[in-house]
Each structure stands twice: as C-alpha cells, then as structure tokens.
Design a protein around this ligand. Sequence first.
Ligand SMILES: Cc1ncc(COP(=O)(O)O)c(C=O)c1O
Length: 375
Amino acid sequence: MIPFNKPYLTGNETTYIEQAVQSGKISGNGIFTHKCQSFFQERYAFRKCLLTTSCTDALEMAAILCDIKPGDEVIMPSYTFVSTANAFVLRGAKIVFADSRTDHPGLDEGGVEKLVTPSTKVIVAVHYGGIACNMDIIMNVARKYDLLVVEDAAQAIDSFYKEIPLGGIGHFGCFSFHETKNIQCGEGGMLVINDDRFFKRAEIIWEKGTNRAEFYRGEVNKYGWVDIGSSFLPSEITAAFLYAQLENLEKIQNRRKVIWQHYYDGLKPLESKGLIKLPVLPEYATNNAHMFYLVCRSGEERNKLIDELRKKNIWSVFHYLSLHRSPFYTGLPGYSPKNLPFSDLYEERLVRLPLYYELTDGEVELIIQIMGNIL
Ligand SMILES: Cc1ncc(COP(=O)(O)O)c(C=O)c1O
C-alpha cells in the first residue's frame, strides 16, 4: 500500500523529548521553544516568532492582533482550509471570498482590489501548495487602502517570493507543523510577527492574556491579566519534537524536491497529450515540494483516477471544498450567492499524489506508470 502521507521521523525526536522531560520544565516557552523560534529568526530573518499549537491557533492570534471587530471585512480565497476563515469569523468578521487563479489554485491577486470596501480590514494571502501569491500586488493594495496582510503560510515552509521567505512579507505569517506538512510535530504551528507594533501584544495574547513573558524575563515583578488571550503556546514536548525535525530541514526538503521533480518529468507526457495539467510555478515563486497536485479535465476523470489508483492500493486525495458554497457560509444571515468558477474547478478536478520523505523512486515510477494506464 502506498499511503498519501507518512510522517517522517528523523530519529532524534524522542531523544529531545527525553531531554525536555528530564529538564523538569515541560510546559511551554522553555529551551526547545526558544531553539525552534531562533531557528526561524536566524535562518529566515523573521523578526519575531511564537510557536503555537497549530496554524489554526496562529491564525486566531493574527485575527486578534488585527483587532477584528464585528462587521470588519476580510478578503481571502474560497479555495482554502476552513481555519483560514474560522479564525476571523470567531472575531465577528465578514468573510469576502476571492476566486483562484486560472492557472493556479492560489488566490487570484488581480481580483482582490475590486473586493475592497470601506469595511475591509485584512487580506489573507494563502500560499497554496507552498507556491507564493504575487505579494507585490497584495502589499500594494494593502498600502493603498491601509489594510493588514496575513500570510497563511501553513504549507509554505522554506519557500520564497522573489527570494524573500514566505511568512515574512505581510504583517503576520502563520505556519503549520501538522503531520501532513514538510516539517511536522503531529500538531503544531507558528506565528511570525513582522511589524514591531504588534510584538508586545502578541506575547500577551500567546500567554493567555497575561504579561507572564515579561515576568519571566525579569522586566516586571508580578504578572497579571492585561488583555484577552488564550492557551496558544505548545508544551516543550512538542517543541522538542519539532526541533529534531528542523535540524533536518535541508535533508527533508532536498528529498521532497527530488520526488516532486520525478513526478513532474514522468507525468509531462500526459500533459503534452492534453490529459492533465501539471502545477504552474510563477517566475517569482520557488517550489518547496509541499505537494504534488495535478488538475484533470473533468470531475468525473478526477474521481475515476482516485478510484482506480485506490484499487492498486495507491492513496491519492482531492483537496478543499470551496468555502463560499459550504453549509456554514451559505447558512449565514445576509448570505448572497457568489460565482467563483475557478475555486469550484479546483474543488472538482484537483488531485494530490502521495509525497513523503520515504516514498521511493520505484514507488514514484510505479504511480506514474499506473496513471499512464488509467488516463
Ligand atoms: C491553508 C491552510 N491553513 C491553515 C491550516 C490549518 O493548519 P493546522 O492543522 O496546523 O491548524 C491548513 C491545514 O492544512 C491549511 O492547509
């Protein structure tokens, strides 16, 4: 059986967890949390990083920091994960969905400006598959209308826009270390804060609405309730696991990129015959090999492909369901239908192939061959 995903273990995870346990400090914001945060700050020059228990939590923190009030509008693609929207809905925002690009499932940046109204507060740029949105277009719209930008970089670790690391361009960047991601710790995430106006409040919200971080640093002699907040920081056990992965980032990325390229080259003939569309990488974006997706000619062909692969014990999967047509969104008071044809197209026709560190060249070859027979 070839699963869709298999979380890779570097071998050091349990050693570091043991160290964290032995240290006697297993709650959050300890040595391993700092090691992980410093890793990102040093490698990508991110200004301030805070580990969270998930990307969902990082997005929720970002929504609080954007000071979303009921009725504020937030623009984001419909073709995304529910957490991108939920984080802002929880604060009372009205979500304004944008379509996907014609050549790529990511946000159609060119369509964002016409969605801006006097109530717009935030644009969320989701870097689908780790492939950068055109951040110049998004940042220009944000500057013009004085908006904040949150990058949903859940899938975008170690990926770049014009050589700038994703997650480091908008006001906030949100990463996921869920077990399906390139670097994982089961459940985990991180908020990157790129604008120093938000540094202090971010730490308070992270520490359940208290100034405990200042207290730990000896900057105040007692800590108390100073703002809203929640339990966003993970334990040292999670951070220890994550650090073992981060130490192996290069090795993991290199292998994933080889697998990605193998698929791309092997499936090119099927694209040349017009049977499928392969991923498109804009010239300003890098590929972090988070996923290998392709787009079929119809929903029927996509479903048949998934079924036939499964008969051969190969697990491929579809991806998001357009949020603008979801039961929750269509049930909201004042809902009015919207036509977002490309979001719907990717919902219907996109399929993701197995991609994980331990997938062998032979298995990739087999999948390519079988796909040739099915299509
Ligand atoms: C675009 C996007 N945002 C947010 C998330 C949520 O990440 P997490 O599972 O770490 O909360 C995901 C999950 O895969 C995602 O794909």
